[in-house]
Every structure is written in structure tokens, then in C-alpha cells.
Ligand binder design. Structure first.
Ligand SMILES: *Cc1c(COP(=O)(O)O)cnc(C)c1O
Length: 404
């Protein structure tokens, strides 16, 4: 494998190199692709990857959401010039704060990154020695109080700072847990109904004890009002994912709220290097993309979009119901992924397939369709589809169920 010929052969498997080396017929396709430029290339096909209709929702494993053309244009624009990264974040932070009527904002690396740098900002303030000290928390407030019912894996973003979580159940527990080490109180919006302590009381407890409150709203757009609601309510920091309902860059996020904490959070981010957040870089293209995605989202006709999703879900539901033995339920989760969602179940005596079989058949068909679900049901949303794909999904679901 070390002969020059083999090296050339493997190098020429890379389209550009193949083009440059001009190594003959076996690389003609890749070379042609390179000559044709990016526009002519089907990268996913070239890499042997399956693309699919996303009937599931905003899942990181499925690469989240698709960006609108205006967002892509902003990203391409951003790639054409140099600017100072801090100055860009300063200006975009002001713009986002104005759009969302809050004190300040920045663009972070996802909602997860927002949680890490937000807490780090609270722990270290503007003290650069403390910033460089993390994840060693010696001498710093390093406890975060969370309701047990709000436990999901994402709290790992908080312990990445070096902080510890203190789990509580009731307001009384929470007050008892507060001590001189308490840095922050964290709330998970999607678990609001499961927790004993609701928004107002949670915020009031923070204010009473002088401890900042943070709410994770990563998947809580739509509704659009949520972008304003929680900063107004009094949470010190609010975090949204940039690449879920907002359809910005999948790797971006939006921490909003108290200027003091967001400025301190930024001390943990690039270009500064001796920080826990150095790996959470957000490039200028993503910063612009996030800003434009937010502008577009705010300008959208949300009622019209909702009506479209309902119509799409109804179409798929009716198509599934045309198969004997099928039952459907249309459901809107009250928090997180608050969009019309379809649950499809069937009588396995009439349709001899498990939910997993059906999901696999949809995945393995042409075009491939990704759904979510559990043992009992297949779950579908349409908000991450391109318009028109709902008809393909409706047809395929009927086919798969009817041919069991
Ligand atoms: C998706 C999600 C996150 C992580 O958000 P990213 O933008 O992917 O970093 C955090 N918390 C909750 C509740 C989420 O749903």
C-alpha cells in the first residue's frame, strides 16, 4: 500500500486532488465534480449518505433543522470579509436585545453552550483570574439548585463549569439548600408542570436570596411569545436553541437577559483562550446566520404557519385512518416542540407490524422518511419538512400500513 501509485490513487479519491492530479478515467467523476464547482456536487451522495424527509422534529442526531435561504445568504456574506469577533458579537448582541426587548443577548454555541458560559459568567463575574481558574471552583460559589423533576441530561452543561448540582423538591427544600456556595437556580421550562415550584415562586426565591435564576427554553419556540415572556417575567438568563424552531445554525444558541451576566459569560468565549469555553467557538458566519434567522422568525406569519402544520397533520392522519384498524391522535405538547403532532397506533391483530417495523419500513423506503415513536406508536410532526413532503409521507404511511 506504500507505492506511489497507491498513494496517488487514494489521494485522487479526494475530488479536488483528483482534479489537480488529473489521474485518469477512474477519477473522472470526482475530477469533473471539482471542475464543475460546488454547485454541481451532491456531497451526501458522494459520501454515500442517506438523506431523508424529516417527519420527526428537531433532533440533533438528524442534524436539527434546515435554514432558510436568507440565513444561508447571511452565512455566505459573512464568509467574504474579516471583522473583529468581539465587535461583531457586541453589535449583534445589541440588535438581538432590541428585537427581543430584553437587556442583552449574545450568540452562543447552542443552548447547551449558553448554559455553560451563562453559569460560568455568574460564577466568575468580570474577574479574569477566576475565568482562567475554571473548572477549578476553589473559592467560588459553585452550587446550582435544580428541582429533581427537572432532571434531564442537559444539566451536564452546568457541571462542565466545575459546579455541582443540588437537587430539591419543594420550595422549603430549595430555601434550606441555599448557602454561601449557591451560584444559581436552574429551571427547565419543558418540565414546568412536573415541578412543585412554578415560575413566579422560583423567581421570587431567587430575588429574595439574591441568587440569579436561569431558565432553559431550548426547544420552546414556537410560540414566538416565549422569546419575550421569560425575560419579562424576571428570569436573569433565558436560553434558546438557535437551530431548533428558530431554524438558525444548528450549532448556535441564544442566551438572553441580564447584561451583567451575559457580558461576564462572554469572557469565557473565544477569542479569549484560557477559558473553559474556548472550544465553544461561534464563527462570524453563524453569528450573522443566527441574527437573520431570528429576524425572519419574528417577521413570519405564525398563525398561517400553524394552519399549514395543522393541515399537513390532518392530511397524514386521514391517509393513515383509511387503513382498517388504524387510530390516530393529534396532540400539541404544551411545552417544548409545541407544534401539531400526530400519534399513529393500530390494532396489531389487523395490521401485523410493530411500531418499530413501520418506522424501519419508512426509513428504508424511497424517499427515506424518519419518524420517532415508541413501542405503541409512530409519531410525526411536519414542521421540519419542506412543503409538499407531507403528501409523500401520507402516501407512504398508508402503503406501509396497508401492506402489512
Ligand atoms: C436541545 C436542548 C438543549 C441543547 O440545545 P442545543 O442548542 O442543541 O445546544 C438543552 N436543553 C433542552 C431542554 C433541549 O431540548
Amino acid at each position: 500500500m506504500s507505492s506511489r501509485r497507491n498513494v496517488l490513487k487514494s489521494l485522487s479519491a479526494l475530488p479536488l486532488v483528483g482534479g489537480l492530479l488529473g489521474t485518469g478515467a477512474s477519477t473522472a467523476t470526482a475530477a469533473e465534480h471539482a471542475a464543475a464547482g460546488v454547485a454541481g456536487r451532491n456531497f451526501f451522495k458522494e459520501l454515500g449518505l442517506r438523506t431523508f424527509i424529516n417527519a420527526a422534529g428537531t433532533y440533533t442526531s438528524m442534524t436539527g433543522s434546515l435554514m432558510h435561504d436568507e440565513v444561508l445568504s447571511a452565512i455566505t456574506y459573512g464568509a467574504t470579509e474579516y471583522v473583529n469577533l468581539d465587535e461583531l458579537q457586541d453589535k449583534v448582541g445589541e440588535r438581538i436585545a432590541e428585537l427581543l426587548d430584553c437587556e442583552y443577548a449574545t450568540v452562543s454555541s447552542g443552548a447547551f453552550g449558553a448554559m455553560t458560559i451563562g453559569l460560568a459568567g455568574i460564577m466568575c463575574g468580570m474577574d479574569e483570574e477566576k475565568v482562567a481558574q475554571l473548572p477549578d471552583t476553589t473559592g467560588l460559589k459553585d452550587e446550582v439548585i435544580i428541582q429533581k423533576s427537572h432532571e434531564v441530561g442537559y444539566a451536564h452543561a452546568l457541571i462542565n463549569t466545575g459546579a455541582k448540582i443540588v437537587w430539591v423538591e419543594t420550595a422549603r427544600d430549595l430555601e434550606n439548600a441555599i448557602n454561601e456556595k449557591t451560584a444559581m437556580l436552574w429551571f427547565l421550562n419543558s418540565r414546568t408542570d412536573d415541578g412543585e415550584i412554578k415560575y413566579d415562586e422560583f423567581i421570587a426565591l431567587g430575588k429574595k436570596h439574591g441568587i440569579p435564576t436561569f431558565i432553559d427554553c431550548a426547544a420552546d419556540v414556537p410560540p414566538v411569545e416565549n422569546l419575550f415572556k421569560f425575560t419579562r417575567m424576571g428570569f436573569d438568563l433565558v436560553a434558546f436553541s438557535g437551530g431548533k424552531g428558530l431554524r438558525g445554525p444548528q450549532s448556535a444558541g441564544l442566551p438572553l437577559g441580564n447584561r451583567k451576566y451575559i457580558e461576564a459569560a462572554r469572557l469565557h468565549t473565544p477569542p479569549r483562550g484560557t477559558t473553559i469555553g474556548r472550544g465553544m467557538k461561534v464563527n462570524k458566519e453563524e453569528v450573522l446566520g443566527m441574527m437573520v434567522a431570528l429576524e425572519l422568525y419574528l417577521a413570519r406569519d405564525h398563525d398561517e404557519e400553524w394552519k399549514l402544520w395543522e393541515d399537513q397533520i390532518n392530511l397524514i392522519s386521514e391517509s393513515a385512518l383509511s387503513v382498517d384498524g388504524v387510530e390516530t391522535e393529534i396532540h400539541v405538547p404544551p411545552y417544548a416542540n409545541h407544534v401539531p403532532s400526530l400519534r399513529i397506533r393500530w390494532d396489531e391483530n389487523k395490521i401485523n407490524m410493530t411500531a418499530e417495523d413501520v418506522r424501519n419500513k419508512l426509513r428504508d423506503g424511497h424517499p427515506s422518511i424518519e419518524t420517532v415513536g415508541n413501542r405503541e406508536e409512530v409519531r410525526i410532526t411536519t414542521w421540519m419538512m419542506d412543503p409538499g413532503q407531507e403528501r409523500i409521507v401520507a402516501k407512504r404511511i398508508k402503503e406501509v400500513l396497508a401492506n402489512a
